[in-house]
Design a binder for this molecule. Structure first.
Ligand code: NAD
Length: 279
């Protein structure tokens, strides 16, 4: 179906990891835009509660993004319910902090399997459904997909994998002559969600607090913007994307600056512990 027609009658949308945090709010945005939303999460109860609260016909399904069969079942369920799949948001993610050598093999595998493997499973499943109708895949990456992140090395590896896969697949689609499936990556700075709620006194996660601590709504606004106008990479805020890319282009400079950046993040963590989080 042509894009113009798609916008008149909205089809299905799937959000992974949408039981809480950013994903839940993205699911709410998609429901408000008129999509039939399938709220998915590895935690079935939180997915169901989120769908109930969102209303507007939103439904829930337990989906572990590490399992391609479960991901495909979600895709098939939303196509069955809504007739077609317009939007798929790969949002599910996990974060364990600390140097890689202090993490267990299980933690390292989990980060890679959920953040990178889950994004790959979701993107491939969505493309299959969008082949005849077109559609838009939105991948929630991170500034950690653009540059080095001391204290979050394995997480950064998983997000580099996610963005590398997303942009390469977008190019594969165009080379294959597929013009009506878009992939947009969102790369936010630290967001005040349950992922960071227990990390104010975690020194290893200082980089997540070294820039602008975002409210989920600010990232949802960026998602709304790309839904209207697909864009391969959007950093939130944009200036932090530039700083991240500068550190990446000049790794010697990034290495020299890291004590200052870590000190800035820890100052913010201490201030937030003392004064609380501004809403
Ligand atoms: N919070 C931040 O500072 C921040 C910054 C940049 C990017 N991000 C990214 O934003 C996305 C959303 O994170 P959030 O901040 O809302 O975190 P969150 O921890 O609040 O939510 C993550 C959700 O993913 C779900 N999940 C975990 N493992 C899963 C699996 N195997 N299958 C399906 N669902 C699973 C969890 O149950 C949870 O509902 C993640 O991809 C995260 O990496 C977060």
């Amino acid at each position: 179906m042509a894009r113009a027609a798609m916008s008149e009658v909205r089809g299905g949308a799937v959000v992974t990891g949408a039981g809480r945090g950013l994903g839940r709010q993205i699911a709410e945005l998609l429901a408000a835009r008129g999509h039939h939303v399938l709220v998915t999460d590895v935690d079935a109860a939180s997915a169901q509660a989120a769908a109930d609260e969102i209303g507007r016909g939103a439904t829930a399904m337990a989906v572990d993004v590490r399992d391609a069969t479960q991901v495909e079942a979600a895709r098939d369920a939303v196509v069955e319910a809504a007739g077609r799949l317009d939007v798929w948001v790969n949002n599910a993610g996990v974060l364990f902090t600390g140097p890689a050598w202090e993490q267990s093999p299980e933690q390292r595998n989990l980060i890679l399997e959920v953040n990178a493997g889950g994004t790959i499973n979701g993107t491939v499943a969505a493309i299959e459904a969008m082949r005849t109708t077109g559609g838009h895949i939105v991948n929630i990456v991170s500034l950690a997909g653009l540059t080095a992140v001391p204290g979050e090395a394995v997480y950064a590896a998983s997000k580099h994998a996610a963005i590398g896969f997303s942009l390469s697949t977008l190019q594969d689609l165009r080379l294959a002559g597929v013009e009506d499936i878009d992939i947009s990556c969102i790369c936010p700075d630290g967001i005040w969600t349950p992922m960071l709620h227990d990390k104010l006194d975690d020194l290893a996660s200082a980089l997540s607090f070294s820039g602008k601590l975002l409210q989920p709504g600010e990232v949802v606004a960026a998602v709304a913007k790309v839904l209207d106008k697909p864009r391969p990479v959007t950093a939130v805020p944009g200036w932090r994307g530039l700083v991240a890319r500068l550190g990446d282009a000049l790794p010697g400079l990034g290495l020299a600056a890291v004590p200052l950046v870590v000190a800035q993040g820890r100052r913010t963590q201490r201030r937030l512990l003392r004064d609380g989080i501004p809403s």
